[in-house]
Structures are given as C-alpha cells and as structure tokens.
Design a protein around this ligand. Structure first.
Ligand code: NAD
Length: 302
C-alpha cells in the first residue's frame, strides 16, 4: 500500500495560524516582531531564501528588513555591522545569509550574533541549550523536520531513528532535539559520508530522516516496510520526459526540477508515511524561522 503523504505546506499553514494569534496579542501591546537579514554579496540560492523570508514575514505582520553588504565586505566590517544590530532594540531577530564570500569566516561571525537574536540558533549558547534539552531557539530545518515527523501522530518513544547527514544545521541538532526527553526519546543513529554500510542502518530504521544532498541516495530496498521517511534533501536535476530526454524551457535550455535524496516512487511503496520534495520539510523551515523570530521578540520583551 502506498504511504500517506506528510504535507509540509498544510502543516506550515496550521502553525502560522497559531503564530498569527501570538503576533496579534503582541501587537495589542504595541510590540511588532522584527527580523533583519544580512546578505553579503550576491548568490542565487540565498536570494531565493531571502525572497521567501520576506514573503512569509510580510504575510504574518513581522517587520522584515534586508541589509545588503558588498561582495568586498571584510570580516571586521561585517562583525561591526552585526554588533550594531545586536545593540539595536528595534531588531529582534538576525539572520546571516549563507554562503558568505570567502574572505569571511562564517562561524566566527555567527558566534557573535547575540544569542537572544540568533534566530537560526547557530551561536554556541543556543547549541548548548539544545544539549540541555530545553532550547528556546533551535535550528529551523531540524525543528521543521521534527514537526513534520510528529504530525504523523506516531509515538517516537523507543523507536529506531536513522538520520543520514551530520551537518551542524540539520543532522546534529536533530539528534539533540530527538533526545530532549529523558524518558520518551527514540534511539537515534547518525550516518554520514564515512558510514561503512549505509543500507544496514537505513533498513533497521522505524523512522528514516535523510539530509545528505545526494539525489537518489536512498532507494526503496534500503527502507524498512512501514517506516516513516522524512526527506530533507534538496537537489536540482534535469527534468526528463518519459523517454528519458531532457525537457527544454522557452529559451531552449534544459529545464530543472527539485527532488530529494530519496527515490520517491520506490520509497512510497515501502513507507507508511513519507514527506515529499518539494512540499515537505521546505515550507516548515521558513515557518520555524518565523517562530524563532517571535520567540526572540518575546525573550526581549519579557
Ligand atoms: P551538508 O553538505 O552540510 O551535509 C551533508 C551531510 O550528508 C554530511 O553529514 C555528509 O557526511 C552526509 N553525506 C553526504 N553524502 C553521503 C553519503 N553518500 N552517504 C551518507 N552520508 C552522506 O548539507 P546540509 O546543509 O546538512 O544539507 C543537506 C541537504 O538538505 C541538502 O540537500 C540541502 O539542500 C538540504 N536542506 C534542506 C533544507 C530545507 O529547508 N528543506 C534546509 C537545509 C538543507
């Protein structure tokens, strides 16, 4: 039987409705949450995320400001700029768009965003709270994936969870979020590029969460019957017709489409629940950014 879809768009709308109520309550007290995005130089991927942030903020009544700094901005200049935002009481949340130009050490700058304004939770103070199991602000994609997983209604306690990918923004924070409860947690296993037998770990997972950025990495025969599959991967690949030929756009260039890391058509036959790409974790990432901004605003207006 085909798996049930975990609809990220619908869940994002539901969460946004609750957040809207919180924003209305804040506005009644003359408080308007605000998010400032800092972009250094030009990058198409980051430009798309910025557009999405703006649309979401405007739709929810969160003040959104984009600060664009030149490609040649030095690390010291960027740090000064971040410090200015840290001290600006009208700025509740700060997001530093990635990637940064090569002359800037992203980690050093992220560490200097005030923890209470760090809506991507990349500051070690927020990462540390994640280890303590009670974060007020946590990394957006990891939280989004967990929200989508929980929307299945399946109990997580004691389940075997395999996470493929151990990045700082997805895999590692996700493990910590899954282990937040002392008594109700599942049992996570984390796989990565150096894992010897990936299929061994994926096949024993009741819950499989994939964030590797490798199209086609997880095939149907690597999935346990009845597993829940959350695909976080985003890959742009050529769109092909039924004969395997490239589909061209109006300008005669090969069209591209977005797919995840899981071979969806195979996985959907094995899983009990599956998240699609696009329309799965993606819409929740930006929703969690909105939630973190509201959380940050609440922290600052205690
Ligand atoms: P990353 O490159 O920082 O990390 C990739 C991880 O996958 C690493 O831990 C690496 O060891 C592991 N990996 C790579 N190839 C592997 C293989 N063959 N077998 C096992 N493990 C392997 O990437 P990231 O920033 O964590 O992003 C991962 C994917 O998630 C990307 O496709 C990215 O676009 C996507 N993503 C989606 C969202 C969203 O909102 N949906 C947000 C962030 C990232």
């Amino acid at each position: 039987m085909a798996a049930q879809l975990l609809d990220g768009k619908a869940l994002a709308e539901k969460i946004k409705k609750d957040l809207n109520r919180e924003i209305e309550e804040m506005k009644a007290k003359n408080i308007v949450p605000s998010l400032t995005a800092v972009q250094v130089g030009e990058n198409p991927a980051s430009a798309m995320y910025v557009k999405n942030q703006k649309k979401n903020c405007e739709g929810m009544g969160i003040d959104y400001k984009l600060e664009q700094l030149g490609d040649n901005t030095t690390e010291e200049e960027l740090i000064k700029f971040i410090e200015k935002l840290n001290n600006d009481t009208l700025v509740n949340g700060i997001i530093l768009q990635m990637p940064l130009p090569e002359q800037i050490d992203a980690r050093r700058v992220q560490m200097l965003i005030a923890p209470g304004k760090d809506v991507e939770a990349m500051n070690p103070a927020n990462m540390g709270m994640l280890v303590y199991g009670n974060p007020q602000i946590a990394p957006c994609t990891a939280m989004g994936a967990l929200e989508l997983l929980k929307s299945s209604g399946v109990e997580l306690k004691g389940k075997e969870v395999t996470i493929v990918g151990h990045s700082e923004i997805v895999g590692k924070p996700l493990v910590l979020l899954l282990l937040a409860s002392l008594t109700e947690s599942p049992t996570p296993t984390v796989c990565h590029i150096a894992t010897k037998d990936l299929a061994f770990h994926t096949k024993r997972a009741d819950i499989l969460i994939v964030a590797a950025g490798k199209a086609g990495l997880i095939k149907g025969d690597m999935i346990k019957e009845g597993a829940i599959v959350i695909d976080i991967g985003i890959n742009r690949v050529p769109a092909l017709d039924e004969n395997g030929n490239a589909i061209l756009n109006d300008k005669g260039k090969p069209k591209k489409k977005t797919i995840g890391d899981v071979v969806f058509d195979e996985a959907v036959q094995k899983a009990s629940y599956i998240s699609p790409v696009p329309g799965g974790v993606g819409p929740l990432t930006v929703t969690m950014l909105m939630r973190n901004t509201i959380e940050a605003c609440k922290l600052q207006n205690k």
